[in-house]
Design a protein around this ligand. Structure first.
Ligand code: MG
Length: 228
């Protein structure tokens, strides 16, 4: 794949799309099935966390020890993915304003696009597929690769270099939470925070985002940042 020396790694929830009812249900059903826990997973703030990280925190909060958690951990994640794919038709996902236009333009300019998301890989692509965005992202780091988000950034970057011939220095991570920004900063990447999730522009600025936007609607502004 030809690329123009710019790589952008996008977060999914709160950045490209909103709506994760089915994803949420997958957690609830999986926890019930494998751990016998009735939990609505409202006890933790899961913004920017990976699926395995969320699962582990919910189970710990429910009083399970590490051994008990480990016993069914992988089958529980596998079930979540299975449940999601089976029920994705009911997912209430929609793409955020400006996203379709922006991705089209970036693709036209041969900007290399990847994902960094806490979603399990199959959930990520099914969710994006529901709004026709899956085809823009040939690779990425996913919750199914590792529970630590900064590893996902490193994985995606390595893939860009090894599989897509990316050797540029202009790598941006775009996300809606302080966790996106921090994970990117661990690899010294440039960051664009978007206030379309649950964090304000101010909060994203305070955690060290290089640029902060209200949303992804202003294509010209984003291109200006990328080509600076
Ligand atoms: Mg997000």
């Amino acid at each position: 794949m030809v690329n123009n020396g710019i790589l952008i790694l996008f977060d999914i929830d709160g950045t490209l799309v909103l709506g994760a009812r089915c994803h949420y249900k997958a957690f609830v059903e999986a926890i019930k099935k494998f751990y016998g826990m009735e939990d609505d997973i409202s006890g933790i703030n899961y913004a920017g966390k990976t699926d395995p990280q969320i699962l582990r925190e919910v189970l710990r909060l429910g009083g399970l020890n590490e051994e008990e958690i480990e016993e069914n951990f992988q089958v529980c994640l596998d079930f979540m993915a299975h449940y999601y794919l089976k029920n994705v038709n009911h997912e209430n996902v929609r793409s955020l304003e400006g996203v379709n236009d922006l991705l089209k333009e970036l693709q036209r300019r041969k900007v290399l696009l990847g994902l960094v998301t806490g979603n399990l890989e199959s959930i990520a692509y099914a969710k994006l597929g529901k709004v026709g965005l899956d085809g823009y992202f040939p690779f990425g780091g996913f919750g199914s690769d590792h529970s630590n988000r900064s590893f996902l950034v490193k994985k995606a970057l390595k893939q860009a270099q090894n599989q897509y011939g990316y050797n540029g220095k202009h790598t941006f991570v775009i996300g809606d939470t302080p966790r996106d920004i921090k994970a990117a900063k661990a690899s010294n990447l440039l960051t664009i925070g978007v206030a379309t999730g649950r964090y304000s522009k101010e909060e994203l600025e305070n955690c060290g985002a290089d640029y902060v936007l209200n949303n992804l609607k202003n294509k010209d502004k984003i291109l200006e940042i990328l080509y600076k």
